[in-house]
Write a protein that binds this ligand. Sequence first.
Ligand code: AGP
Length: 604
Amino acid sequence: MCGIIGIVGAAPVAERLVESLRRLEYRGYDSAGLAGLVDGRIERRRAEGKLRNLEAVLAADPLVATVGIGHTRWATHGAPTTRNAHPHVAGRIAVVHNGIIENFAPLKAELIADGHRFESDTDTEVVAHLIDRELAKGLAPVTAFKTALDRLSGAYALVVLVAGEEGLIMGARRGSPLVVGEGEGEMYIGTDALALGPFTNRVVHLEDGDFVDIDHDGARIFDRDGEPVERPLRIVPIASALVEKGNYRHFMEKEIHDQPDACQHTLSAYIDPITSTVSSPGVDFAAIDRLQIVACGTACYAGMIGRYLFESLAGLPTDVEIASEFRYREPALGPGALCLAISQSGETADTLAALRWCKERGITTAALVNSHESTMAREVDVMFPTHAGPEIGVASTKAFTSQVAALTALAIAAARQRNRIGAGEEARLAGVLLEAPRLIADAILDDGWIAPIAQEIAKARDVLYLGRGAMYPLALEGALKLKEISYIHAEGYAAGELKHGPIALVDEATPIIVIAPSDALFEKTSSNMSEVIARGGRVVLITDAHGATHAPEGVSVVIAPHCDPLVAPLVFAVPIQVIAYQVAVLKGADVDQPRNLAKSVTVE
Ligand code: AGP
């Protein structure tokens, strides 16, 4: 999704705008641009592709301005060309936008009929023309802005410059995040606290419908009715301002290695190691009769793992649904249900829409989020945190294992609250779970098995992942990891499903990656491997040392640490992440910013 930054500065801003956009690269983009006020006039610099192309344009033609806006564009309407890159300009207005203006076509037709000429294929450009048209009627900038906003439908985070208004930047949000930052004699506005991190850790989150005008002295926020409103000032953890790769080649590699700490930090929010008790602050699972999990992508697979635990440990009927499908089937949820969203960003539009659907029907809502100030975190009844720290790589790794760790803890708490286990078993399970960070660290260190296998997989056109029980969602996650960063087609299946169709795909060119700890399901999964081998297929078995001694002849083995089934999803997540990472590196892919992908999908 697009990245936005604006600075009302006391010194030149061009380099700082680019620095901020660099912190937003993780969101995914395909063009970038700046606009600034130079002697009261709008000047623009834009480029296709990566920020280095924009920097080359700036080196050749510097932008010397103390008030400016910047944008990284993830194309929705219009190809990723310079002509379609933001900022878009009409008359005295320059605008950058994250989201989709759903009624841009009729607005564009109306404006063209009014004599406006368009230069791009984007939806965003209509916003610049709408505001400029209101300005031309003599309205004050903020009034012109609000009048234009009232014409828009869809999702937006907008930041606007006005020619001739040296000390003014305006902003507005509906459905896409936007935060205002306070500096010393300067003010900032951007997509998230990370974008403002180089300048300030004092931020104010705008709410849906808010719009704001900003000058050197501060910000004036108005709600959707145009009434002045105060939003709380938050001091964000300084860590959100300090995100660097360190000695790692990619953020994804760093974040795989961050997992022991991320898991440990997350578990500390739920487990008291002194009393060996587990809590679920804000939710009494004995008071709910059904748990509905909604999420997208990797977060949904974490939810599927959670479902095994909530049902097997706590006896709590649990459903998991892809958020983008959930509300369209009119789910039959009663007042005793709890809707739990899982989201790293806390901004995913599909998941947010599912949550709002539940809220509108009086269903209690909770969100397991890594971004504790996100829209989801602020809208739900109960926020459950993961503490993975900022995750920059588009491919989710430490956020995923932190989600699984938190869900495992919540399932233990639910089991205790629903009297399915006593204090002794609660303490035992808490102890097992607290071992997970060390086991994850062992899995990370012991990755020597993977290099030769990655060499083979990198040659494949198609790959199948198989798993049973809680390893089935891990098979789905492994396939997603591989396809999203190496662009190799991969599918995850329940191992028992192989002979119901997918086995037709088995040949010597299609690696079959089987995730199977030596647990109660190993024997059954072993027979699936034999079926594959009997048909000339190539099997890669991810198991523990005991499983390796019972593997069928001819399989390639990746050994993960032996562990209690409770934490196997956490431990076995590491080899599937490392396989995907090493294959992507071998293929020379853009590991941290895979093509077409965004870190947080804030459009439906
Ligand atoms: C996972 O590697 C992907 N980046 C993607 O599936 C992601 O998990 C999904 O878009 C959900 O994002 P969220 O957790 O921020 O809601």
